[in-house]
Design a protein around this ligand. Sequence first.
Ligand code: NCD
Length: 323
Amino acid sequence: MPQLSCHHLLGIKALTDADIELLMSTSAEFYNVLQRPIKKVPSLRDKTIANLFFENSTRTRLSFELAEKRLSADVINFSASGSSLSKGETLLDTVNNILAMKVDMIVLRHSSPGAGIFLAKHLPRFKHSAQARIINAGDGTHEHPTQALLDAFSLQQSLGPLAGKKVALVGDILHSRVALSNMLLLQKMGVHVELCAPPSLLPKGIEKLGVRISHSLDQTLQRVDAVNMLRIQEERLNVQHFPSAYEYHRLFGLNMERWERLQHKPIILHPGPVNRGVELDGRLADSANSIILDQVQHGVAVRMAVLYLLGQQSTADTGIHFN
Ligand code: NCD
């Protein structure tokens, strides 16, 4: 049976072309399962998965939980509020205690970039956790690999094979983990990626990653097959990066005026939550060109694929393997 080359899903960088192909084809299989009247399969019935959310989430948390239940895993949920974190316990101690209850996989959302990488490095020291698999569900401003995988899967469903296609990521590139994971994944899949944002919301030197940079949304929209509209990460802004939400919408928001002028209209993606009237006009979010709710639907199938592939591995292994 084909397997992933990595033991955790911490980011996109470690994925090989074969891994990406395997993830996409397995997602398609689970997508078909989800169209059946009985959407549940027994694949992970011997596994226990803990969802550890140290940061707010609606879609990602529910999507992971549903994916785990569709795979028949036992599921436990943890959120930072109401936990012993407020009593001074470290992340490593919290996770190690959870793993001592014989948990096989950890889905981790955390506000610190690299939180999952840190855990993967340190857990093998503990006898209970040697084989635990870690999935990054968003680590601060760093990466959000399952979001990128579901975005790529959704793009494939709408556009066909992605090599040679043009996709723009628009908005708060500086603080968005969705942007970095998308950039890395789409480029590996042969997509021409364009970033469109005010200079204040672009990381310095980002063009070195081989992406095209634009400061004009009108020009970008004319060039691309798809546009992924990112939310301004208000919760991560510590200085003001643009004069006002109105000004941002006028220059970088996808509004009706801009849209009507377009001859060729791209498909519209958004990872959610949408700030209607800021990055995207509500009417466009609900329009025929928007695949925002398809992304949500595909998200469950993609997360089933990730959990299944890593879960199978943890059964087959006998030794301690950490990348
Ligand atoms: C994204 C996130 O949390 O990084 N949302 C999500 O996972 N669906 C994007 C965002 O919050 O803007």
